[in-house]
Each structure stands twice: as C-alpha cells, then as structure tokens.
Design a protein around this ligand. Structure first.
Ligand SMILES: CC/C=C\CCC/C=C/C(=O)SCCNC(=O)CCNC(=O)[C@H](O)C(C)(C)COP(=O)(O)OP(=O)(O)OC[C@H]1O[C@@H](n2cnc3c(N)ncnc32)[C@H](O)[C@@H]1OP(=O)(O)O
Length: 365
C-alpha cells in the first residue's frame, strides 16, 4: 500500500495506471502526440465536445453522437483521447460528463449566431431552420451574412433533435455483431481503456445523466465519483446485459458491487434490470435526482464541493477504494479480451444480438 501511495503522489492515480497499462492503439502511445501543456482543453470533435472553464478548473464533456451516443470504437477512441488530455492538464481538477441536450444547445448557438450577425433566425421543427423577413431584407445586401448562419443553425438542430432522450445507449451493438475476431478484440480493448481511464481518473468526476443510460452507459456513469440523474419517467439506467443474452464481465460487476453492494448487484445483473430514476436512487445506483433542466447546474454546484477537498487527499483515498478493482482487470486484460472475443463470436450469441437489434427496430415501427 505504501508503494501505491508513493506512486500516487508522484504520478497521480491515473499516472500509475497509465504506467501499468498495456500500450495500445487507444492508450498512451496513440494520444501522447496530442498533448500540449499550453493547449486550452476546449475541443469539439465529431462525437464529443469539451469545454474547460479555466476559472473553476472544471471541464464539461458533452457526448454528441447521434442517434443514441452508442459507444463505438471511434467514439471510445475520441473519449479516451479527451480524457487523457484533461488528465494531463494541471488546471483541470473536475470533469462532468453529460449528453448534449435539446434546449440549452439549440438556444445557445442560435443566440450566438443572432447576435454576431445582428439578424433574426427562427428555428421551427428541427432540422428545418428559417431566416426571418428581417434577415432576408438585410441579407439582400450581403450574401456572406446569410450563408454561414443557416449552415450553423441546421447542424445544431440535427444534433439536438436526435439526442434528446439518451445519455448513452451503451456499447454499440453493431461493433459486436458480424465483426471479425480481430475487430472485436480491438473494440474490447477500447472498452477496457475507457473504463480504466475513467474509474482511475485523478479528477473528481460527475455523471450528469440527462437521458437513458443502459449497459455501457451505466458503466460510464458508475465509473464516475458521483451521479446526478434527471427525474424523468422516460429515463432508465442499469446493466441490462442479460436481457440481450450476453454477460456483463467481472469488472462491470465489480464496479456495480462497489456502487450498490452485493445483493442489489446480484438482483440487478441476473435479471438485467433497468431502473427508473427513483428506483435507481433507492438502491444507490445514482446519488441524486433533479428536474431535467437542473442536471448540469446541480453537477456544477456539486463539483465545487468535491473540489473543496484537497486534491492529494481525495486522490489517494480514491486510489485506496478503487485500486484493487482496477488491478484485477490490469492483470487479466489479455485473458478478458480473449474471453470476450470467443463469447461474442459464438453463433448462439450472434443470434441473440440479431434478435435484439430486430426488436429495437420493430419497437420503433
Ligand atoms: C464476456 C463479456 C461479453 C459481453 C459483454 C458485452 C457488454 C455489453 C454492454 C452493452 O452496453 S450492450 C448495449 C446495450 N444497450 C441497450 O440495450 C440499449 C438499446 N437501446 C435502447 O434501449 C434505446 O435505443 C434507447 C437507448 C432507450 C433510446 O431509445 P429511442 O427510442 O430514443 O431510440 P431508438 O430505440 O429508436 O434507437 C435509435 C437508433 O439507434 C439504434 N440503437 C439503439 N441502441 C443502440 C446500441 N446500443 N448500439 C447500436 N445501435 C443502437 C436503434 O437500433 C435505432 O436504429 P435505427 O434508427 O437504425 O432503427
């Protein structure tokens, strides 16, 4: 333990993990060239948007991958790169993870466009945008004024429209269906990497759960230090793997046990339960429910309490609580990948996944 604490103090908790972890395409080797200590960690990549507030040291990572923020290989790679960048940035002490939400996103960006171009743009039903009479008159004197705002507005509406009800739908099922063993292995390594980086993060981490969060989405949430969920009857959260005919691996199970205790985890995993927000609160799967429009602001208020604790004390304590669970995966990583690949490529499991995908599509129809 003394060794852990020494390492934690020297490298930080995630630094210890990075040293131990296998260098992979999705690990340090891949992301190191992206680091720049001078760089402000505000970035927008196709699937993820990060805003770091330098005055508070808190970053908000918004998932924006339509239609359901599913965790594909590309998404996970982007997620890990962003996490590693924030981890290396000494000014960043706290991370809030959320999904792009309809109202804030549309209004903010439309306002920006309106102010900067001194015109009026009305959003009707997404993704359609219309330029008002006022703008038409103004724009007839300058074509450049009209072209850019309309493009920006249409993009925003597309994202808003398709992500309104989901935090993350979990692992991208298409990454596990009909894929080669090599590709499945690569995908699983990225899933492991995401969890190792998040569960072992030195930052204080809060999940601002503003939509449904099944399976891998739930794993991401319980990988954080604290969970705030929107009190909306349409949303659910849980590790529902058995409902798909698949099995949550030991480190999903361990993370859940660490969060809700053994008995609740046993019921939850065996039955593949998806909990409503109030039921999730009851078993301790989430820590707090708030009205939907207050999820992010509550996360920000809560974060200031977490950051009031001295970093080194919080980080070493977090390491003591989580190290054993993390080490278990670190020392079994390759075996875990082999196990996943042989399980997921079985004909019977592929059939289960196909039926589940068909069910998802037929539910829609
Ligand atoms: C040894 C270890 C072995 C294995 C371990 C594997 C561990 C696995 C972990 C996982 O995370 S598996 C994924 C589990 N996820 C789910 O069960 C969620 C399924 N999705 C839903 O329940 C709903 O989609 C929703 C998230 C509640 C959102 O509902 P909504 O009505 O808003 O959207 P809709 O259902 O119409 O979906 C839109 C679109 O997206 C496709 N979709 C949904 N989820 C996924 C997903 N996880 N991966 C890929 N694609 C997904 C859905 O089919 C629709 O597609 P379409 O528009 O083409 O019809």
């Amino acid at each position: 333990m003394a060794n852990v604490l020494r390492n934690s103090a020297k490298f930080g908790f995630s630094g210890v993990l990075s040293q131990l972890s296998i260098h992979s395409r999705h690990g340090r080797e891949c992301v190191s060239p992206c680091f720049s200590l001078q760089q402000r960690n505000n970035s927008t990549s196709p699937k993820i948007k990060v805003d770091l507030d330098n005055s508070t040291g808190v970053a908000v990572l918004r998932m924006q991958s339509p239609p359901v923020n599913s965790l594909s290989l590309d998404f996970l790679t982007e997620f890990c790169i962003n996490l590693e960048k924030l981890e290396m940035d000494k000014s960043c002490r706290g991370l809030i993870i959320t999904s792009v939400s309809t109202h804030t996103h549309t209004h903010t960006d439309t306002d920006t466009v309106t102010q900067s171009h001194k015109t009026m743009i009305h959003t009707i039903t997404p993704p359609v945008c219309v330029v008002s009479q006022t703008l038409s008159k103004v724009s007839s004197t300058g074509l450049d004024i009209i072209t850019l705002p309309v493009c920006v507005c249409v993009c925003v509406c597309l994202v808003s429209q398709t992500l309104s009800k989901v935090f993350s739908a979990g692992l991208d099922i298409m990454e596990m269906y009909g894929k080669s063993p090599e590709r499945c292995g690569e995908f699983w390594k990225a899933v492991q990497e995401m969890w190792l980086k998040l569960y072992g993060s030195n930052m204080a981490t809060i999940a601002a759960i503003n939509g449904s969060s099944p399976a891998g989405g739930c794993l991401m949430s319980i990988g954080c230090d604290y969970r705030i969920m929107a009190d909306n009857p349409r949303y659910s959260i849980g590790l529902n793997e058995t409902q798909l005919g698949i099995v949550a691996p030991f480190w999903f199970k361990d993370t859940l046990v660490n969060t809700v205790g053994n008995r609740a985890a046993e019921l939850s995993l065996e039955l593949g339960l998806l909990y409503s927000a109030p039921d999730a609160l009851k078993i301790g799967l989430v820590d707090q429910l708030v009205p939907e429009d207050q999820v992010l602001s509550t996360a920000q208020d809560t974060m200031s309490k977490w950051l009031a604790v001295p970093d080194h004390a919080r980080q070493i304590t977090k390491s003591m609580m989580r190290k054993q669970t993390i080490d278990k995966l670190l020392s079994n990583r390759e075996a875990d990948i082999t196990n996943f690949v042989s399980f997921i490529t079985k004909d019977s499991i592929q059939r289960s996944l196909r039926m589940y995908l068909e069910m998802l599509k037929s539910r829609k129809a």
